[in-house]
Design a protein. Structure first.
Ligand code: NAD
Ligand code: DAU
Length: 356
């Protein structure tokens, strides 16, 4: 297999929400690359996300755990990857509050396992290789009413999830500095769009509105997030992978801040229209519940660097993106049913039934 492709790229977590959009983009845009998707298929990994490209000749899937260092090392040896785009992670803050150890395992140990394999395999031939680590704006902590996270904002993670992501970012930089592994990190704001598991705010609320279930708003609902359409994130990842400077950090965000309650009201309005319900119907489902412990008040990204250096800008405005997202969920009933069957109900009851 060596030598028949222009590049061989390992994408981890490619069956997840963002990963599946990245895999699709790379398979479609770069038919001369071999795209190798390594994913453990946790509750968040779903091969249905990739049905449309799964038979492409340049695509391979392997079910496996990034923490399995023998497997990862063997894979690097066999495939001689030119680059890694590392998305595999435990990604939900609420789950990290319930069970921090799983986050330490996958997000930290798993990242180090990949870095070790890259270090062994690329030793002496690092030039042209790239370890691209996908991170989050949450590593920067929580903002007050003003200001934006830039690439030089000091790290200040405040949840088990963000602490594990911050730690993995530090390991990437440490391996770059100590062993000379060419690396880039990007830190993105909240993504939304198709294929998002309905445990995160937007898909959870779409699913609940559809089923006439209450909409559990944490605390006073005035927490602020900066939302980006997932396809615009995948486009940024493509640009950074190809044109970003090794050693660099890129913040990705849409200058699109929304207080949760304002976003929820907009979503309710769109859902009423799409479902043909009387105006104001969905808003009646809003229920304020006990806050998330340690809830970060506000995130907002300054993405000036990526737009000036690489010419990236989001292609979709929020209202348009949210409407497309709602349309996707309403058109993909079967996907939603599969994702919300099985253990989903147990998770939902555990997280929400005792909170008022
Ligand atoms: P996700 O939870 O939807 O998907 C994670 C994927 O990783 C799943 O396919 C899962 O099966 C896989 N995975 C988990 N543990 C694994 C392991 N040990 N070995 C192999 N595969 C494993 O996550 P997402 O929302 O798509 O996020 C992807 C990445 O982007 C994460 O690193 C996350 O921290 C980062 N990120 C997410 C957002 C967001 O808003 N969702 C924003 C910024 C950054
Ligand atoms: O900022 C990037 C991060 O965005 C990513 O790194 C994470 O992987 C991703 O999960 C996301 O984290 P958040 O905690 O911001 O996303 P979530 O959708 O869980 O919550 C968004 C906001 O909505 C937050 O203020 C909490 C609130 N919320 C969430 C849920 C699930 C509610 O009020 N009710 C809910 O039921």
């Amino acid at each position: 297999m060596a030598g028949t492709y222009q590049k061989k790229i390992l994408i981890t977590g490619g069956a997840g929400f963002i990963g599946s959009h990245v895999v699709r983009r790379f398979v479609q845009e770069y038919p001369n690359y071999l795209i190798y998707n390594l994913d453990k298929l946790t509750y968040a990994g779903n091969l249905e996300n990739l049905k449309d490209i799964e038979t492409s000749p340049s695509y391979r899937f392997e079910k496996g755990d990034i923490c399995d260092s023998d497997l990862v090392s063997e894979l690097f040896h066999q495939m001689q990857f030119d680059g890694v785009i590392h998305l595999a992670a435990e990604s939900h803050v609420d789950r990290s509050i319930e069970n921090p150890l799983e986050f330490i395992q996958t997000n930290i140990i798993g990242t180090v396992s990949l870095l070790n394999a890259a270090r062994e395999n690329w030793k002496g031939k690092e030039s042209g290789k790239l370890f691209y680590h996908i991170s989050t704006d949450e590593v920067y902590g929580s903002l007050g009413d003003t200001g934006l996270f830039t690439e030089t904002t000091p790290y200040d993670p405040r949840s088990p999830y963000s602490a594990s992501k911050a730690s993995s970012d530090h390991f990437v930089r440490a391996y770059e500095n100590t062993y000379g592994i060419p690396a880039i990190i990007s830190n993105c704001s909240n993504n939304y769009g198709p294929n998002h598991v309905p445990e995160k705010l937007i898909p959870l609320f779409i699913n609940n509105i559809k089923n006439n279930q209450s909409l559990p708003v944490y605390g006073d609902g005035k927490y602020t997030r900066d939302w980006l359409y997932v396809i615009d994130h995948a486009m940024a990842i493509d640009l950074i992978f190809h044109k970003g400077k090794p050693g660099g950090t890129y913040n990705i965000g849409g200058f699109n801040e929304w207080k949760n309650i304002d976003l929820i009201q907009l979503l309710c309005k769109i859902m009423d229209e799409k479902l043909g319900r009387e105006k104001g119907t969905s808003e009646k489902l809003i229920t304020y519940i006990t806050d998330r412990p340690g809830h970060d008040r506000r995130y907002a990204i300054d993405s000036t660097k990526i737009s000036q250096e690489l010419g990236w800008k989001p292609s979709v405005n929020f209202e348009e993106g949210l409407e497309k997202t709602v349309d996707w969920y309403l058109a993909n009933e079967e996907w939603l049913q599969h994702v919300t069957s099985g253990n989903y109900q147990k998770y939902y009851d555990k997280m929400y039934l005792h909170r008022s």
